[in-house]
Design a binder for this molecule. Structure first.
Ligand SMILES: Cc1cc2nc3c(=O)[nH]c(=O)nc-3n(C[C@H](O)[C@H](O)[C@H](O)COP(=O)(O)O)c2cc1C
Length: 195
């Protein structure tokens, strides 16, 4: 076994340190976050930090990088207080990954990837039609993490659209049958049922 202590961590070059620390939580879920800006321009981006914060009320969180990385997602959520979180499955993984690139605000990642957007009453943000679980959320709070300038975005789930062929009678979703994707080490994707 290899042991890293605080001093040896501090002495690592930055890319080795990033590789090591990013792997610590293990496999992470990947989701597509859909938003619009104040002019209704659509945006879609992949995130691996969506977490369940609580079921009653239904709250999800995700982490956004510091603002110097200029994210359309965070800016749009601040403007409209609305966003969607959409499952990534095996069939759309390569399209989902394309949304991690930087595009100008007037270019929609839906057009770039061919994924289809659609809208429902009560949610300003676009849903991803191909996803087998889609959630509409209203912004609840944004907390700055003082240690590194990242943001925890907390949202209240107010709509769930779900492919009922994967929904068990007790309402647990069968992520394995739906081939939901996870990510390890930044960009190594794996399906929960096949890789
Ligand atoms: C697998 C993967 C996971 C990512 N997860 C996050 C994340 O959790 N938080 C974040 O701020 N950026 C994350 N990114 C980077 C964003 O996808 C990227 O910055 C994207 O361009 C943001 O788009 P936007 O400017 O339209 O919001 C991730 C990228 C990849 C490839």
């Amino acid at each position: 076994m290899k042991i890293f202590d605080r001093e040896s961590l501090d002495n690592l070059d930055i890319s080795s340190k990033v590789n090591l620390i990013n792997a610590l939580p293990g496999a992470k879920s990947v989701n597509l976050i859909g938003t619009v800006d104040g002019n209704g321009r659509e945006n879609l981006a992949i995130f691996s930090t969506v977490i369940h914060l609580g079921s009653n009320p239904a709250l999800l969180g995700f982490i956004h990088r510091p603002i110097r990385y200029f994210g359309h997602t965070l800016k749009n959520i601040q403007e409209t207080e609305s966003y969607t979180i959409n499952q990534v499955h095996f069939g759309i993984q390569s399209q989902a990954h394309l949304t991690s690139q930087k595009y100008p605000q007037d270019i929609s990642e839906f057009n770039i990837t061919g994924l289809k957007s659609y809208f429902l009453d009560g949610c300003k943000a676009p849903f991803v039609k191909e996803s087998k679980i889609q959630c509409g959320l209203t912004l609840s709070s944004i907390y700055e993490i003082k240690e590194n300038g990242t943001f925890l975005i907390v949202g209240l789930v107010n709509k769930i659209i779900i492919d009922d062929q994967f929904l068990r009678p007790d309402l647990k979703f069968d992520h394995k049958a739906a081939e939901t994707m996870a990510v390890i080490n930044f960009e190594e994707y794996t399906s929960l049922s096949r890789s």
